[in-house]
Design a protein around this ligand. Structure first.
Ligand SMILES: *[C@@H]1O[C@H](CO)[C@@H](O)[C@H](O)[C@H]1NC(C)=O
Ligand SMILES: *[C@@H]1O[C@H](CO)[C@@H](O)[C@H](O)[C@H]1NC(C)=O
Ligand SMILES: *[C@@H]1O[C@H](CO)[C@@H](O)[C@H](O)[C@H]1NC(C)=O
Ligand SMILES: *[C@@H]1O[C@H](CO)[C@@H](O)[C@H](O)[C@H]1NC(C)=O
Length: 629
């Protein structure tokens, strides 16, 4: 007894010795008490995969327009085999659990994907195994979680074979952020209790210009995007909505009756993940916006798939469930005390997947970074099969999320726009995502619906962060900047260096990470979009709108390539930044994305961290992509 206590005590000292300072409990969570040592938990080891160091070059091989293998995407099975953890990895981790930790062989299980090992151990055994102290934590919504926020230690020979251990340090976002993080929803008033902007007289709005009400016609004119699908029976496109975000078919019809009659009566094709239900009670904002824009722009000749992601107690982040359903990563069997993640790589995969949610701040933090790295790797693996992931860059300017969180010198995030370092968001920060920023038509500027030449674009600069109901203009603060987790890929090096050399403000080096992956990559309109929601027309937007608009453009490019007997475009970032796409963007040069008590970054000619390369000119972009093999 005494000996055991001594050993545990010793382990704790060692751990404290390697950790510089006591780690704070993650924001939003409260530490309640030590976990009961006799309780069994499923402890999961996400195994390191093979060939991850080659992922980027393998992707470039099929995505660089100059490559002889452009468009020759891999099959799902090929990807699985190439990245499967090696037998050395599996044997090392299993051997450690078996021999060093004495866990019975029948309690050690490998998932069907071969990338997750699960054991059934008591809290006391987990603590000894990981040299960690387990506690029970809670958030304000009553969610409870076991974990060890101070960290854990693996033996050296095991550590290099393990990417993540669950449950340990990653807590997900507490409270409402845990599952519901639509980038624009809180900001533009869709969250419960927040105001929204009803349109009393739609007819008068129809008369007004694209600076005061953005309709599908405005988007078509702005992006030279008059599209009728010809490959609808072969092409696929999807949008992701997470638990608690739902839509009403009657809202779609209200919208389609006015703006897209051929879609009246149609709804997206449901791909339910872990029981996701788009008709449950929940927030209407994000799905109404995404689905109406995509179905409206694409028309009835192209079906839209809706990935509705449910919630299991098992997933640390809702993205785990999405990725599990698409490629089998993270999946695990249900066992006593855990529902498991059972939609395991068997869901249909669409050519384009649009995501208007932020899942995590892009923090370089040992409790967050490994998880972001792993999710980004899974996104890259899926891109290798020819999927284009499009995501909103966020609406917080250079701060994180609508709560305007900035990074303080002690490593914590603080809300409310404090002076601090800039914080981006994941998944936009992942280089395998095409991140989309938001623009608006300049007040007073007109858009000729029948022709799109000679337009003047502007980003509306936010003067304050309050949504003033009586006194629009409303605004979007496209999030953009430089990742703290992901290095800058070669394909954007030239465009980004040009910005850093010629236009970037001279902030102290601690304010943003000059060597990080820079984003957004592109932009599309983000305000003020007319949509139907909750039985009435409202104005909505943010980069939440920009992502589905750009995703629709990519889907339409795929439609043309498929008609020409070519592959879908897949991972498009290397092509977007390539000389072949020069001149296919409307360059946005006015505006900025303030935050963290700075003016943020100014837009500039060429790529900038506000509008990326610019907004798309569909016809020209399509022509360029049709040139590729
Ligand atoms: C869309 O989905 C419906 C229902 O599955 C199907 O009948 C229709 O053929 C699809 N449309 C296209 C263009 O593939
Ligand atoms: C874990 O092991 C204990 C003790 O052998 C057993 O009672 C329990 O059912 C096991 N749980 C699972 C999920 O296998
Ligand atoms: C819109 O463009 C068309 C074609 O260039 C032109 O004939 C028409 O006069 C323009 N309308 C307005 C309102 O500028
Ligand atoms: C900057 O990004 C790189 C990845 O390119 C990362 O290794 C480094 O730690 C980051 N620096 C900071 C201060 O976050």
């Amino acid at each position: 007894m005494t000996l055991t206590h001594l050993l545990v005590g010793f382990a704790t000292v060692v751990l404290t010795g390697v950790t510089a300072a006591p780690r704070p409990v993650p924001a939003g969570w409260t530490r309640h008490h030590r976990a009961d040592p006799d309780v069994f938990i499923p402890l999961k080891f996400t195994l390191a995969q093979s060939n991850v160091d080659r992922l980027e070059s393998l992707l470039l091989d099929v995505s660089d327009p100059q490559s002889p293998n452009y468009g020759k995407h891999w099959t799902h099975v090929q990807v699985k085999e190439a990245f499967r953890p090696s037998s050395e990895t599996v044997d090392t981790v299993r051997g450690w659990l078996l021999h060093d930790a004495g866990i019975p062989v029948d309690q050690i299980k490998l998932n069907v994907n071969g990338d997750m090992m699960q054991v059934n151990v008591t809290i006391a055994e987990a603590e000894a195994l990981l040299k960690a102290e387990y506690y029970v934590y809670g958030d304000d919504d009553g969610a409870a979680r076991v974990g060890c926020h101070e960290g854990y230690t693996l033996p050296d020979h095991v550590a290099k074979h393990v990417d993540l251990v669950w449950p340990t340090t990653h807590f997900g976002r507490a409270g409402q952020f845990a599952r519901r993080s639509g980038t624009s929803s809180a900001y533009f008033g869709h969250e419960a209790g927040a105001p929204k902007i009803p349109i009393k007289n739609l007819a008068s709005f129809a008369e007004s210009g694209c600076d005061t009400a953005v309709t599908l016609d405005c988007l078509r004119a702005l992006y030279n995007f008059d599209f009728t699908p010809v490959s609808g029976s072969k092409n696929t496109v999807g949008v992701v909505e997470f638990e608690g975000n739902v839509y009403m078919p009657s809202d779609l019809d209200l919208f389609f009756e006015t703006y897209r009659p051929d879609q009246v009566g149609h709804t997206p094709t449901l791909i339910s993940i872990e029981g996701g239900n788009p008709f449950a009670a929940g927030n209407l904002g994000e799905p109404s916006l995404d689905i109406e824009l995509m179905m409206g722009l694409l028309g009835s000749g192209q079906n839209l798939s809706l990935y509705q992601v449910g919630e299991t107690s098992e997933a640390q982040e809702p993205a785990d469930e999405l990725l599990a359903a698409l490629d089998g990563a993270y999946c695990s069997d249900p066992v006593v005390g855990s529902e498991g993640i059972t939609d395991c790589g068997d869901k249909p995969r669409t050519n384009v997947i649009s995501i208007s949610y932020h899942l995590s701040p892009d923090l370089n933090d040992p409790t967050i970074s490994p998880e972001l790295q792993r999710m980004c790797t899974e996104i890259g693996k899926l891109s290798l099969t020819g999927i284009t992931f499009v995501a909103s860059s966020g609406d917080g300017g250079v701060a994180y999320s609508q709560a305007a969180e900035c990074l303080l010198p002690d490593g914590t995030l603080e809300a409310g726009n404090p002076a601090g370092s800039f914080v981006g968001q994941f998944p936009a920060s992942c280089p395998f995502i095409t991140a989309v920023g938001a623009t608006s038509v300049a007040p007073g500027a007109s858009v000729n619906i029948s022709t799109s030449t000679g337009l003047f674009f502007i980003l509306i600069i936010a003067k304050c962060r309050q949504v003033k109901l009586k006194n629009p203009p409303l605004f979007s603060l496209p999030e953009g900047g430089f990742s703290n987790n992901f290095a800058r890929p070669d394909w954007q090096q030239g465009a980004v260096q040009n910005y850093l050399d010629n236009f970037a403000p001279k902030y102290a080096s601690s304010i943003f990470n000059r060597s990080g992956r820079a984003y957004p990559d592109v932009a599309a309109n983000g305000w003020p979009l007319v949509i139907a929601q909750g039985g009435e027309f409202t104005l909505s937007g943010g980069t939440s709108a920009s992502a589905p608009i750009f995703a629709s453009v990519v889907a339409a490019i795929n439609d043309a390539r498929i008609a020409a007997g070519k592959s879908p475009v897949g991972f498009i970032n290397p092509a977007l930044y390539s000389p072949a796409l020069l001149g296919t963007f409307n360059d946005v040069t006015v505006g900025s994305n303030p935050g963290c008590q700075t003016q943020g970054f100014p837009a500039a000619p060429g790529w900038d961290p506000v509008s990326g390369l610019g907004t798309p000119n569909f016809e020209e972009m399509k022509a360029a992509f049709l040139e590729f093999q």
